[in-house]
Design a binder for this molecule. Sequence first.
Ligand SMILES: Nc1ncnc2c1ncn2[C@@H]1O[C@H](COP(=O)(O)OP(=O)(O)OP(=O)(O)O)[C@@H](O)[C@H]1O
Ligand SMILES: [Mg+2]
Length: 393
Amino acid sequence: MKALLISRDSQLHAEIASQGAARMPPLSIATRASLPDALDRLPPEPPALVIIDASYSEATDADLLDRLGKHYAAASFILLTGAVQQQDLLIRAMRAGVREVLQLPLVHLAFHEALDRIATSAGIVPLRDGKVLAFIACKGGSGATFISTNFGYALATLADKKVMLIDLHGQFGDAALYVSDLKPAMTLSDVCSQIARVDGPFLESCLVHVAPGFGVLAAADDPGNAGNLKPEQMDTLLRVARQHYDYIVLDVGRQIDAMSLRALDNADAIYPILQLALPDIRDARRLLDIFRSLGYPLENTRLIVNRYEKGGKLRLRLQDLQSALGAEVLHTIPNDYMAVTDSVNQGVPVLQLSRSSAVARSLAELVELLTARRVPESKGLFDRIFGRGDSDV
Ligand SMILES: Nc1ncnc2c1ncn2[C@@H]1O[C@H](COP(=O)(O)OP(=O)(O)OP(=O)(O)O)[C@@H](O)[C@H]1O
Ligand SMILES: [Mg+2]
């Protein structure tokens, strides 16, 4: 959204530029020092939003504001007022069509709320600012595909999020089959080969739709095509996906290649999945060493222990694991052979098939952990879904 900021305060310029840049879509801001300056030097493209700092205003400014209002009749106006209220200017501003008046120093929340009101009345649907969460198996068969697909489903159905899962297995990708019996019409390689036309509706049409808010982009199943994928295409795919989904869940195969590496570079958080067995721990250490050498921030990498068996000794081992690997354990998923095997074999999410199973409860807890959806004064998401006060995990 094009905006014009009229202020001689360079600190305010910087403050509004940084707040504006963080919005979806971002504000692109031109600045002028004063109202006469704004009228003398009209920007080449008319702004959709004009922000006027009235803290230094003079008696003649009310007339200039009138002129500016007429000049940009289609624009929305925000007036920023200083400690001293200029009643006359305020009244004239209202008459000139200014609907938003904010006090300086700027309260960021109030500023964003005003921008939201303006965007809504202008019919601008705010784009999303999705998070990329990568699930990666430390060892083959650790459970990354089961957890990522079922977590994606849980996130969409329990937390009402719009979720897309990308299967990054270079070969033998089967994420879609874990939660659906539909055959994918398009794969990651089809999307990448048409990367120039990727937008929200196109992406949505390429997914296997598992639930209203959850779709899976199947793996590039043809190894010949998989070799043609370019890391820059992953950047574009994730950038567009972030604008249209709340969460982009990655099922990263065991084999790290140029594409999955680029996806990991883009990830907001990485969750290595491992079981509490020595070979898994050894491979987890190797994987974490790779992440360290790549400069990934440690606080974004947290472990998920799968097929975890409760017990006093194991509790200690979780702590050992944390200190041995130098990474935090975010969550444990219980060993639940029957529920998981039934779900995987039928291609039906475990939350749909065995809602009260230990593993379904644990996935709901993971949703709660990662979305921070627990409302302090009410029962948590987990409690509301399962109607219980405590967890058995
Ligand atoms: N919590 C669990 N309890 C019981 N069984 C599980 C659990 N998690 C996964 N499994 C079983 O382990 C098997 C391997 O899981 P999955 O395919 O998700 O692993 P992966 O890490 O994706 O493996 P790959 O390296 O082949 O991609 C599945 O068939 C599933 O039945
Ligand atoms: Mg897998």
